[in-house]
Design a protein around this ligand. Sequence first.
Ligand code: TRH
Length: 368
Amino acid sequence: MTPPGPRQPFDLFCRVIDNYGDAGVCWRLARQLRALGHPVRLWIDRLAPLAALAPAIQVRRATQTWAGVTVNDWAQAAHTPPPRQGVVIEAFGCTLPSPYQAAMAAQECLWINLEYLSAEAWVDGCHGLPSPQAGGLKKFFYFPGFSPASGGLLREPDLFARHGQARRQDRFQRLQALTGLDTCGWARDAWLILLFCYPDAPLDGLRTALSRLDRPVYVLTPGHAPPGFDSLGAMRVLPFDFVPQDRFDALLWCCDLNFVRGEDSLVRAIWAGAPLVWHIYRQAEAAHLDKLNAWLDRAQWPAPARALTLAWNQEDDAALARDLAAALAPAPWAQWRRRSRNWARDLARQPDLAQSLVAFCLHHRQTG
Ligand code: TRH
């Protein structure tokens, strides 16, 4: 793709705290910046989670290039100069290596602090704020978000076209090609559900509610089934091997309902335009519940779906079983599906995060 302005070299720093989300967001952003025509180096402290998302990545190689992105082991940044007039992205407050940071002013770098995604209203007021640094270095806070005043959401320009293309093929065949599961004998009127959640989810309540549905249910679980979450009644639990990130969207597109978690899988499930239940990453003093409610206010799910999401995140098995049954009843379910489609369409009218970030950096470079 042709860059919308001059090429800007990007250095993107990522520390893996846990799971896949830190690497997942950074890898997606790195590839999108590259696709916009900018040279990108990704500095990451643990290659194993990245290799799970992009199996071509070799965990023992300190430097490698994949999808046009140079992937470097974090340790090397201490003796590598920042790019001249480059953009340095510090993902999720990961703290840059000191020698590298000390060299940034002389190289006239722009410093971007990429924050976690939140739907809270204060994000709009904080997005893009500068933070003066020594030596005339410019540092800005960049907040992803759901409103036009935020930094936006990661979305590839061709995502909806690919989704439309995929829909032309039978979803059971697609699912088989993606996961290797033999879907030939599966009931065609079944519910297909992806279950990607944290271990403290109220899985007993989920298992009970799904086993009582009047149609067969196939629950797809990445890696392995959560302990105790066994097939029951008409509900079958089907573990599959974690798919590369490139294929994750296509997996979401096959399902009626996606249970997702963290940050990146949430955004991908929103773009899938189908009902989703979000398991938010837990924070101290239940701060995540404010974040969840702010997100639910924007999502505007029908009441049973909102209640279900709260029960899922408050680990309430009984409420979860009750609210899931209510949310899947014909009228709320139709309403939930409609709202999911419309929300994805409305959000996609806003510029995506990578393009917004490029424009943001160019603006601050030009206006000095
Ligand atoms: O894995 P997560 O829980 O990650 C994070 C981290 O815990 C992080 O520290 C925290 O701050 C953040 O959540 C909020 O969830 P997430 O963000 O959805 O990342 C999962 C990634 O894995 C995402 O890029 C999608 C990808 N994925 C695949 O590529 N294939 C798969 O089969 C599955 C299930 C997921």
